[in-house]
Design a protein around this ligand. Sequence first.
Ligand SMILES: C[S@@+](CC[C@H](N)C(=O)[O-])C[C@H]1O[C@@H](n2cnc3c(N)ncnc32)[C@H](O)[C@@H]1O
Length: 354
Amino acid sequence: MSETKPIDATHLEVQETLIPTPTTVMSPALPEATVSEGTIESSCDEAIKRDVEVTWEDLIQSLCRLQHEVTNKGATAHLEEAANAEEVVDFEYSQSSSTPDFVESNDASIHSAYWSDHSASWNEDSEDAEDQEGRNGAVEERGHDHAPQGPIEGINEAKPLEYGEISFKDLIDPENYSNEYFELKKSHLGGVGAFAKRDLKLGEVILVERPTIKATPWNYYEALDELPPELQAAIGRMHGHRRSFDQDYPMAIFMTNSFGVRGGSCLYLIAARFNHACNPVKTVDYRIVSGDIIEFKMKKDVPAGTELTIAYGPISPAGLYSMWGFRCNCGGCRSITDEEVAKIDRTWDEGGVW
Ligand SMILES: C[S@@+](CC[C@H](N)C(=O)[O-])C[C@H]1O[C@@H](n2cnc3c(N)ncnc32)[C@H](O)[C@@H]1O
C-alpha cells in the first residue's frame, strides 16, 4: 500500500480551465462553438429524439455546446485557441471531466464530468459564476492538504516522489493499487473499480496522480512506444471500448480511459479505474491542476466498502453507451431504452460515430 502524508503544494499552478472526461473528441477542423445557454442535451439524445442517425458533426457540435455551458466564459476562448492550433479538444471523461462544478451544475441528467474542467475548480455541484471565481482564487489555499503523497515503497523508494507521482511499482500493477483511502478491485458495474477502504468524508482528497501518458491521438503511438515495456503492458491490460471499426485496440484504450486537458489527453493508470455514476449519485469530484495533475476529492460522506464513482462528463445515458459502451444503471439518470440502444447499434453497423 502506498503511504501518504500531507503535502505542501502551494507552489502549484492551478490550471485555468479543464474539461474533464475520459472521453476525447477529435476535431482537426474544430467546428465553431455555436453555443446556447439552454439545457444541455447530447447529440445522441437529440438524434434519437429526431429519429436521425448520430453523426460525427452532431457529436462535436453538441460537445462544443456542452463545453461552453460548463465553462461558461472560458470555453469559447479555449475552443478558439484549439481551433487555431488545430488541436484535439477533449471532453473529459467525465474519465472527462467536467469543470468545476461543471457538469453537475448544468444538467440534471448529465452529471459532472468525468474528465473535468480546465479550471481550477472541482467538478462538483453547481455554483454560480461568482462563486466559482472565488473558489478559483482560493484554490491554492484550500488545495492539497490531504492529498496522498510519497515516498512510496518500491523501486522509487530512495527518491521522494513528486506531488502526484505514483511509484513505478504501483504503476506496473495498477489493478492491485491501494492507498490509505481506497483500493481497486472487481466491480459489479464492470471490470475494476475503486472502493473505499474506510469511511470517507466529504472534502477528503483521495488521489493525486500525474499522467503516465500525455498525448493526442496523432502522437499517442509514439508516446506509448517511449514507455518502459512494463508500463506498456499495464496500459495494454486496460479496458478499451472501440467506437468504430477502424479504431484499433490501443487507440480504443486511450480514448476510453484518458482525460482531456488543455493541449491533449492524459492517461492516468489509477484514476482511469474509477467507474461512472451520474451527477446525483457520483461520490467523487475531480479537477486538473498544474496542467496535467489530476486530483480526486470526496463529494459526500461514504461508508467503507462503497464503490467510488466519478461522472464521465456532461453526457447523457445514450452518450455514455456510445462512448463507453455501457448502459448506465446508477439510479440518478433516465436509463437508456432498448430502442435507443438498437438505434445506436445500427449507427455503429453503418460505420461508427467517428
Ligand atoms: C474508464 S473505464 C473504468 C474502469 C473500468 N471498469 C476498468 O476495469 O478498467 C470505463 C469502462 O468501465 C466500465 N464502466 C464504467 N462505469 C460503468 C457503469 N456505471 N456501469 C457499467 N460499466 C461501467 C465500462 O466498460 C467503461 O467502458
